[in-house]
Design a protein around this ligand. Structure first.
Ligand SMILES: NC(=O)c1ccc[n+]([C@@H]2O[C@H](COP(=O)([O-])OP(=O)(O)OC[C@H]3O[C@@H](n4cnc5c(N)ncnc54)[C@H](O)[C@@H]3O)[C@@H](O)[C@H]2O)c1
Length: 287
């Protein structure tokens, strides 16, 4: 398959990442189907797309005509049978069983030629591909948050991934205006493996009451980072961040250096999962 053979990209999951990936795909000219089982998330995504592209026009990053074209490329649906296209990007919860289930369903709908890319942060692509018909077409395509702005995309090849599929995914990311890098299928790939300590160590500092989360964030920002670790966890979603840490902790045979924090677990238990819930380490205006 070539880039020009891809007419429709199906993005599955309209959460923090899926709705951003859908914008990237629509902006690059692909008919883009954004699917979620939760209709509310689709409504939020639609108004997010309107706001994002309108701001892009205001900032001179796109013309009014390009905005209308991009918006016209987007289709929002909660009907499972609409998930038809040449290239699927899955961005649902960070759980192996759910990701495999979704790939089995879309594989049955689209046949053996459809490429199945996962935006997983850390789950091995080899595990996701296991049990999927034609596992050579399963690949990692890991965008960063916020997807329409962050340039990097990791392209992850599992043990069974066909090199031609990895290359096509790499080219697709670059065609979408991103900077793609190839990564091996090791826990956390490149960025999450390095960045995990940013979160885990900051949470340990908080657990030991060395400083408050506000002070740690301010200090890290003063040091030159764009955001502190607690602000970033709120942006990512504390639930997602915790799921990623748990997955990496298990993948590294429970190495203490990846130990998740009770502080995060309590926030998740309380539903205080960051910006998307209006409250995490900080509170947010729901608008
Ligand atoms: N949040 C980040 O900063 C970030 C960055 C890179 C990668 N990721 C990865 O992206 C994926 C999604 O993370 P997120 O933060 O967008 O999660 P999220 O919780 O914001 O959104 C997940 C969405 O998936 C939907 N969903 C659940 N099951 C579904 C199904 N079977 N079919 C369709 N939709 C379904 C939910 O309704 C929800 O809208 C995860 O694998 C995560 O590790 C997240």
């Amino acid at each position: 398959m070539k880039i020009s053979d891809i007419k429709t990209i199906v993005v599955i999951g309209a959460g923090v990442m899926g709705r951003g990936i859908a914008l990237v795909s629509a902006r690059a000219g692909f008919r883009t189907i954004l699917f979620d089982i939760n209709a509310e998330m689709l409504k939020v995504s639609e108004s997010h797309a309107q706001k994002f592209f309108s701001k892009s026009v205001e900032r001179g990053k796109m013309t009014e005509e390009e905005k209308n074209q991009a918006l016209g490329n987007l289709i929002y649906t909660d009907k499972a049978e609409d998930r038809r296209g040449e290239f699927v990007i899955e961005a649902i919860l960070e759980r192996l069983d759910l990701k495999q289930q979704v790939f089995k369903e879309v594989a049955a709908l689209n046949g053996p030629g459809c490429i199945l890319a996962s935006n997983t942060s850390t789950i091995p692509i080899t595990q996701i591909a296991n049990g999927i018909e034609n596992p050579g077409r399963v690949v990692g395509m890991h965008f960063f948050n916020p997807a329409p702005i962050m340039k990097l995309v990791e392209v992850i090849s599992g043990e069974m991934t066909d090199p031609a599929i990895s290359d096509l995914t790499f080219q697709l990311a670059e065609f979408m205006g991103k900077k793609a890098v190839h990564a091996k299928d090791e826990p956390g790939f490149i960025v999450n493996r390095v960045a995990r300590h940013f979160y885990v160590e900051s949470l340990k500092v908080l657990e030991e009451q060395v400083a408050s989360h506000e002070v740690i964030d301010a200090l890290v920002r003063n040091y030159g980072f764009r955001m502190g670790p607690f602000e970033l966890m709120d942006l990512i979603g504390i639930d997602t961040n915790l799921a990623v840490t748990k997955s990496m902790h298990a993948s590294f045979f429970y190495d203490e250096k990846f130990r998740p924090s009770r502080i995060q677990q309590k926030k998740v238990d309380a539903g205080h999962i960051g910006r998307k819930s209006g409250r995490g380490f900080y509170t947010y205006d729901p608008k």
